[in-house]
Design a protein around this ligand. Structure first.
Ligand SMILES: [Zn+2]
Length: 331
């Protein structure tokens, strides 16, 4: 057995266990990657997965889910909650986006490969041992070391119309001021794409980043998780909170055209117009040269900024989202 889920999902109560993935190396011949997973088995109701730590440098989600494990009483849960706060456990322990073992980005590996690299095998274990057991998934992300997001509910709509409608309703219930829907051209290999392929409802977030957590960003992630559970009936209903529906297109990204030091002209949360200056890129070796002005290509709200001032070609220095409505998203 190259992977197994060591977790009691049959008896009521709080259970601690692990997703165990074989990892034989120089340090441990019969070693394992031991990914902590908790289960809160309550009364009758759906089974859902709360996921965080797919990227190891995004601690908002892991901390929010650890708070929930300590706070929730399984006896008051209508259903079963599987909580996996540190999906790419080696990456979380290293505070890195990708795994220190194979440089694997778990958000590009699904559906995984049970005979592949260790991160491919973690993806395969999640896809075969966790996902088939649940009806719905919340996957919490943030900006990590290199990006900073204003808190957003974040998702991609399932191509199947009824699941698309349910997904949008779940995203809008997460208690975030903005709900961003990404077009279908988003990266493949994500937990979202795999969940959609398996016919599951999946919602997510992009919250915070800039290399660390703050009380408000962890609270936003915790609110998303609690309200996701309430929306699906596992916890008592919560009063609706307004959210601004937005969409994300490739034209919303401002990327560095070359290497240099980027001097931003915007602040996270600014509203900008197409043609507005995003900032100036300076030649780090010949700083006396005139800088190059980088411009926004679209109207929108700045929902993310690149954190490092020293940029390489292709790095995102900012990205926008633009207003839309339910009818346009579900058309
Ligand atoms: Zn992420």
């Amino acid at each position: 057995m190259s992977a197994l889920l060591d977790l009691d999902l049959d008896r009521p109560g709080m259970h601690h266990g692990a997703l165990r993935v074989a990892h034989s190396d120089d340090r441990s011949a019969y070693g394992e990657i031991v990914i902590p997973v908790a289960a809160l088995v309550g009364g009758r109701g759906p089974t859902v997965l709360l996921s965080a730590g797919i990227h190891g440098d995004e601690a908002e989600g892991p901390l929010a889910l650890i708070r929930l494990i300590h706070a929730l009483d399984p006896a008051s849960v209508a259903g079963t909650i599987i909580v996996s706060p540190m999906m790419n456990h080696p990456a979380v322990k290293a505070s890195r986006r990708t795994s220190p073992l194979d440089s694997g980005n778990l958000a590009r590996m699904f559906p995984g490969d049970a005979r592949g690299t260790v991160t491919q095998r973690i993806a395969a274990a999640i896809a075969t041992l966790l996902l088939p057991r649940v009806e719905a998934v919340l996957d919490i992300h943030g900006g990590g070391r290199t990006l900073e997001y204003i808190p957003c509910a974040w998702g991609r709509l399932n191509p199947e119309p009824e699941l698309a409608r349910r997904t949008l309703a779940a995203l809008m219930a997460l208690g975030q001021e903005r709900t961003v829907v990404v077009s279908a051209t988003a990266h493949g290999g994500t937990l979202t794409s795999e969940s959609i392929a398996q016919g599951k409802l999946i919602a997510g977030t992009e919250i915070g980043g800039a290399g660390g957590v703050r009380p408000d960003t962890v609270a936003a992630a915790e609110r998303a998780a609690r309200r996701f559970l309430a929306h699906l009936g596992l916890l008592p209903a919560e009063a609706p909170m307004p959210t601004r529906l937005m969409r994300l297109r490739p034209a919303h990204f401002v990327r560095a055209p070359g290497r240099g030091l980027f001097d931003p002209a915007f602040t996270l949360g600014d509203t900008v117009r197409a043609g507005d200056a995003a900032g100036t890129l300076h030649d780090a070796d010949r700083p006396w040269r005139a800088g190059e002005t980088l411009r926004f290509q679209s109207d929108g709200l700045v929902v993310a900024r690149g954190v490092p001032a020293m940029v390489e070609p292709g790095d995102v220095v900012a990205h926008l989202a633009e207003d839309t409505d339910e009818a346009a998203l579900l058309a």
